[in-house]
Write a protein that binds this ligand. Sequence first.
Ligand code: CAP
Ligand code: MG
Length: 463
Amino acid sequence: MAVQLNYVAAKDWKPSKEYLITLIKVELSETAIKEAKGKSLKKIFEDAAASVAAESSTGTWTKVYDGEGSGMSRAAKERAMAFDLDYTNHMFKVAYPPFLFELDNISGLFAGIIGNIAGMKMVSAMRVYDVKFPEKMIKAFPGPRFGVKGIRKLLKKPRGPLVATVPKPKIGRTAKEQADLAKMLFTSGLGTYDGIKDDENLTNLSFNKFDERAKCVLKALKAAEKQTGKKKFYLCNVSHSNLEVMRKRAKLIKDNGGIFMMLDVVCTGFAAADTMRRYNPGLAIHAHRAMHGFITRDNSPGVHGHGKLYGFSVSMIFLAKTFRLLGVDTLHGGSPLAKMEDYGEAKYIQQVLQEKNLKPHPKIPSLGQDWYHIKPVWMVASGGLHPGDFELILKELGEDIIIQCGGGLLGHPDGVEAGVIAIEQARELAMKKIPLKKWVEQHPHSELAAAVKLWGYGPRIVY
Ligand code: CAP
Ligand code: MG
């Protein structure tokens, strides 16, 4: 790619705090090496980094007219710069001056910084590890309405993790049957179970209509709150490709006393997350991330920054930052035990979601972030989880976490009530820091022991 201006910064150049930064690794393609005819690998890598900075800011693939009226002087002055080039791992950062973006527009921003670069034929693989937003951009967003503390207040739950269950089978129950399950979850055992969640494919289906489901599950929830004296939540899935439908669904939840909506934030998109945060009747947003694996998953050795990359991806760290900025209150962030391969990121994602002054991770390629007024977000651990995992999850990810067990409750060998009790036991032990394994040995006939006998303590990989 013939880059017209110089898009690679001098060796020790550092951007000011005003700049937005991205962190990227590339593999140089065979074509790039062949076409470079004798250029050193170092130079080809510099060209690739320059091309990324050019294509994502003010440049294009060839020299263009640069005379009067061409805008070239502004393009030169306000261009992005590739810097901190790592010639061994082919990693680099790109710094963008704030002038290049509309500060409150994530869709516009991403169209720029990651919009076209994955199409460059100079590279055969690329991973975007992180983005660091400048203060001005952070200030253009409201962030979560409730966040960790706000949700604790709504639920009158000053400490500890929250537990929730997604009905399984994923699709099958009618609205009424789902409400019956909610009642069972909320009133079994000591009545401490916190939440029920819709599964992602449950929207408005012929046998389970959104309106009916929202009304009857919330009715069952209110009755259970009365009976147990404990606050409960329902993560009611409003996801739709039409924003107006989502807004209507959110209103119905609010009118029926709900506090939460669930949004599949990748499938509905950045505009949906932004709009639903700014224009909804005061509900908290639970962000599910169905489809993220097609964006974030990378099984190549280079996923940690060293070694070869095989494909094109954007990390979950990048997405988690984006959705915190857009203002979701809870976000699925994986867990050290989740069903998909974990890159060791789950713990860092929890920090991305919850720390005020996030530092870069010492091992995972990352940039850190100052969050200013943006509140911390609940981390949601989900995917193949069961009571035998509680001790480790809480130890690794802390208390500001929602642990979602679908199969890990509804698959209990002695039924749903026993599943609730097993989770109650696991949560209490973890909160009291009593070793789970030892307790199970001492209570072999407990519901928790039956769960552990079936699922063990480790991860349940779902093939
Ligand atoms: C979990 C789940 C969630 C995934 C996604 C499911 O059910 O409801 O959608 O875990 O979350 O349908 O599989 P189980 P994440 O508890 O039965 O596994 O993106 O965080 O993996
Ligand atoms: Mg699901």
